[in-house]
Design a protein around this ligand. Structure first.
Ligand code: FO1
Ligand code: CA
Length: 313
């Protein structure tokens, strides 16, 4: 692979889709956070893998931000009629993904293999892989006690006060084979950290044993794209989490978070005033419009990222 993209949920998935549309399929490996995964109704649900997979396949629902486009909700209605839990929305088509995945996992197939099968079935050409086949679960420690990520985020609507995050299982987890293969690929030219939430989506990946070291050993540029534009998260709870953890919500703090890891940080044109502070961190700032509102914008940002990596140092 020539490009390895580390990706979380929705924001990251858009850039992954952009990279997939400007690169030959064999040149791209997308590795996704699994810290948001959880067990629900007997199913293993991998929201970030699914968001990324649906975006790469072009079947994602852009308005809602998660799940598939053109969904029907008969299952949810029937579940409600049976007195089942309705706080986590499972569309009929999306449900098929979770059933297939859970079924294959129960047969002893690895998450990497199931993910590859689902991706192929949806017509995705590039490599799509979980960060690990071992379970890692992001635990949100709050003033109301420890909560699973989906409990905190969806069921409780981010209301409890966040004290700290813990990536349970990360220290025992091994990198997935696709992640290892990408890191040791002699063709690797750059590593992209997608504009996903650094604490919720990227840190669980970076918490895997040996990964930070392996990234530093790679002689290729590491480019991150800021998920923060003009003091606000493009999508999702990034800004809330930053504030809860005591950070000012700005692009400079994204740079500070990735200090000693990334070589380049793509920030929005609106955040030009952060350039000097980012340079002072030893990171080269790249200015570009980073809000991806359509296919053209996704491709443009993907090209900006790849060009910046090409020209570096
Ligand atoms: N997010 C919600 O806010 N409410 C939901 O009911 C919901 C259901 C859901 C089902 C499948 C799936 O793959 C994702 C889903 N998400 C839902 C998104 C999910 O919580 C993600 O973790 C967030 O988007 C953060 O990345
Ligand atoms: Ca390096």
């Amino acid at each position: 692979t020539r490009v390895l993209a580390l990706c979380g949920g929705v924001g990251g998935a858009k850039l992954a889709a952009g990279l997939a549309s400007v690169l030959p399929a064999a040149d791209l490996t997308v590795v996704v956070n699994t810290g948001d995964d959880f067990e629900h109704l007997g199913l293993t649900i991998c929201p970030d893998l699914d968001s990324t997979m649906y975006a790469l396949a072009g079947v994602n629902d852009e308005q809602r931000g998660w799940g598939r486009r053109g969904e029907s909700w008969d299952f949810m209605s029937a579940l409600e009629g049976l007195g089942g839990p309705t706080w986590f929305g499972l569309g009929d088509r999306d449900l098929a993904t979770h059933v297939m995945r859970s079924h294959r996992l129960a047969q002893g197939v690895s998450l990497s293999q199931v993910t590859a099968q689902l991706a192929t079935a949806l017509g995705i050409g590039c490599r799509l892989a979980p960060m690990s086949d071992h379970p890692v679960r992001t635990c949100v420690h709050t003033d109301e006690g420890p909560l699973g990520f989906q409990d905190y985020f969806v069921r409780l609507g981010c209301r409890p006060k966040v004290e700290r995050l813990e990536y349970v299982g990360a220290t025992q987890a091994k990198l997935s084979r696709d992640l290892q293969a990408a890191l040791s690929s002699s063709r690797l030219e750059c590593i992209v950290i997608c504009p996903s939430n650094p604490w919720l989506s990227i840190d669980p990946i970076l918490a895997l044993p040996g990964l930070r070291f392996a990234l530093r050993c790679c002689e290729v540029p590491i480019v991150a794209v800021s998920p923060i534009v003009a003091g606000r998260a493009i999508k999702g709870p990034a800004a809330d989490i930053m504030r809860a953890l005591g950070y000012t919500v700005d692009a400079t703090n994204i740079g500070r978070h990735y200090r000693n890891l990334i070589d380049l940080l793509v920030v929005d044109e609106q955040d030009a005033e952060s350039n000097a502070a980012i340079e002072a961190l030893g990171i080269a700032p790249i200015r570009a419009p980073i809000v991806m509102k359509d296919e053209a914008a996704r491709r443009r940002l993907a090209k900006t990222v790849l060009d910046a990596a090409d020209r570096w140092p």
